[in-house]
Design a protein around this ligand. Sequence first.
Ligand code: PTJ
Length: 251
Amino acid sequence: MSDIEIPESHPRYQSLLTRHRIEEGVEKGITSRQGLIAQGRGEAFDYLLGERTIPSADEAARAAAAHLLLADRPVISVNGNVAALCPGEIVDLAAAVDADIEVNLFNRTDERMRAIADHLRDHGADEVKGLTADGRIPGIDHERAKVDADGIGSADVVVVPLEDGDRAEALGAMDKVEIVVDLNPMSRSARVATVPIVDNIMRAVPNIAAHARDLRDAGATREELEAIVAEFDAAEALEAAERAIRSGSDE
Ligand code: PTJ
């Protein structure tokens, strides 16, 4: 048993755990009510993917790890769904690649910003950015434009999980490397990402951290990391995910 009263052997265990965490996130004022709908949308794609990390998503996670290890100023962006689903895993990934964590919300309120920052600190984060909001992403006219100038504002690589599309596009226009985690390979954010990872955030985040540690432990050089980055083909990864969804297999 874990934080839900369902044995881990239950065939729907992961899905029920996810729903429980999102519900709890809403109750705690971390997740927006729209987050429940977003979760439902993601779950449908995960069901079609077989609720597993497909090989192309694993390759994408490795390319993401290489980008993060090469980065000068990597930042992981966190919204209300991510904070509810995998706060400890986000803190662990930030430690593995020496990244900053920044809260960035579509439905931004001071209460939610603070609740999410506190929640991340409860899970081990030292510093959480996003509350200063002294920077702006050009070309966006909603709350997601607000960033910390010394966080996402000046980052070279940004991890943007469960994004809503237009910020992903605007960050791309700022020449930042964007790592998007989204279960929908047809979403606008996945399509504009430098590295789209079509996987559940709860599997993808620990997987990126594991790849980063493997690469570091193997003593990967800058040249080797750059080769991993160069070999990754975003369009092919999206096609492979769509094929897996449509056919139910990896072929
Ligand atoms: O906390 P806020 O205020 O910033 O709001 C966050 C949400 C997620 C509500 C907001 O960004 C939103 O409405 O997003 P969308 O437009 O519904 O997009 C969410 C995307 O994430 C969709 O493409 C889903 O398929 C995908 N998704 C949902 N759950 C997961 C997921 N991808 C990976 N893992 C999941 N668990």
